[in-house]
Ligand binder design. Structure first.
Ligand code: IPM
Ligand code: MN
Length: 359
């Protein structure tokens, strides 16, 4: 089959890691006889430099028409250190999420056997962790009304959610739970926030369609503690935009490195796949960044296209690289050697091709 994939390398290490994901996809194409047609477009600081805006029209058009989108990272210290900057690289990503209505962000958190020693958390606490974080991605405080008073002394960010916005992601989260351990935890701040109370009421209503799933609620402050104290208590976690952003970064500690976490952002018509890490500008061009989150995002992309065997082939190759210690520096344990971004990508691609040959 032939698929069109919009590729947005973005800023910092984005281009380096997406290149490795493309190597993995090319290996899959070779073995399973597919054609992946890449259409590269720009977003973020690189787009601002070239066109003046973080999300050019052309990028939106190509993404809308593609079968799936593979994205690297956006962000640049030039903008981070300037609070007065009106145009920022991150606006490109936020606008794309909204333009394509990518409302459901799934972030799987797994403790890989070979990386248990990499986490600062105790092995017995994290071993066996398998959590799917469902983060609402196109609403909430990220997209609410924003204001700064004329004298610059008062700022306002509004948080708004509608029942419809909650229902549509809740259904996806419950369906996922049905195929997993049948447990769903809604994380909110219902003791304080009106929007959280609406989430609780609505999700409890949706739960009536999923009687086989055990629903429970947890306040976000407690949840950020629980996810490191006892991550195995979670199966599917459902939460709003800002809480999901924070909780997923905390949960990275379980995976041993932020360089391991992939994500999918699903809308009705489009889907985007990206590592959850940022643009890591200090590592740009050094061939040292961990490409596995991007490679695992390519695996999620294949799964989304219905290519499960192909997605599994990438997963197996990633596990093998961890098994053999063919990893970047962030995953190295004491005295172990490490390799470069591109060599990890080469190994993964090679393994996909040769592993299937030997079958
Ligand atoms: C993420 C990122 C983004 C977010 C930034 C880059 C806008 O942190 O995808 O988690 O806050 O959603
Ligand atoms: Mn984040």
């Amino acid at each position: 089959m032939k698929y069109t994939i919009a590729v947005i390398p973005g800023d910092g290490i984005g281009p380096e890691v997406t290149n490795q994901a493309k190597k993995a996809l090319d290996a899959v194409a070779e073995v399973y006889d597919h054609i992946f047609l890449y259409k590269e477009v720009q977003m973020g600081a690189c787009a601002i430099d070239k066109t003046g805006v973080p999300l050019p029209e052309e990028t939106i058009k190509v993404c809308k028409e593609a079968d799936a989108i593979l994205f690297g990272a956006v962000g640049d210290p030039r903008f981070d250190n300037d609070p007065t900057a009106k145009i920022r690289p991150e606006q490109g990503l936020l606008q794309l999420r909204q333009e394509l209505d990518l409302f459901c962000n799934v972030r799987p958190v797994k403790a890989y056997h070979h990386l248990l020693k990499n986490s600062p958390l105790k092995k017995e606490i994290i071993s066996g962790t398998d959590v799917a974080i469902f983060r609402e991605l196109s609403g909430g405080i990220y997209f609410g009304r924003k204001e700064l008073s004329k004298d610059g002394k008062v700022a306002f960010d509004g948080c708004q959610y509608s029942v419809d916005e909650i229902i549509r992601i809740a259904h996806l989260a419950f369906k996922a739970a049905q195929n997993r351990k049948k447990k769903l935890t809604l994380i909110d701040k219902a003791n304080v926030l009106e929007t959280s109370r609406l989430w609780r009421k609505t999700v409890a209503e949706v739960a009536k369609d999923y009687k086989d799933v055990d629903l429970n609620f947890m306040f976000v402050d407690n949840a950020t503690m629980q996810i490191v104290l006892n991550p195995k208590q979670f199966d599917v976690v459902l939460t709003e935009n800002l809480f999901g952003d924070i909780i997923s970064d905390v949960a990275c500690v379980i995976g041993g490195s932020i360089g391991m976490l992939a994500s999918s952002s699903i809308g009705k018509e489009n889907a985007l796949f990206e590592p959850i890490h940022g643009s890591y500008p200090q590592a740009k061009g050094k061939d040292i960044a961990n490409p596995l989150a991007s490679i695992l995002s390519a695996s999620l992309l294949l799964e989304h296209l219905g290519l499960q065997d192909e997605a599994d082939a990438i997963q197996r190759a990633v596990e093998k690289s961890l098994d053999l210690g063919i990893t970047t520096k962030d995953l190295r344990s004491k005295n172990q050697t490490f390799t470069t971004t591109s060599k990890v990508g080469d190994f993964i691609a090679d393994y996909i091709e040769n592993q299937e040959d030997s079958n």
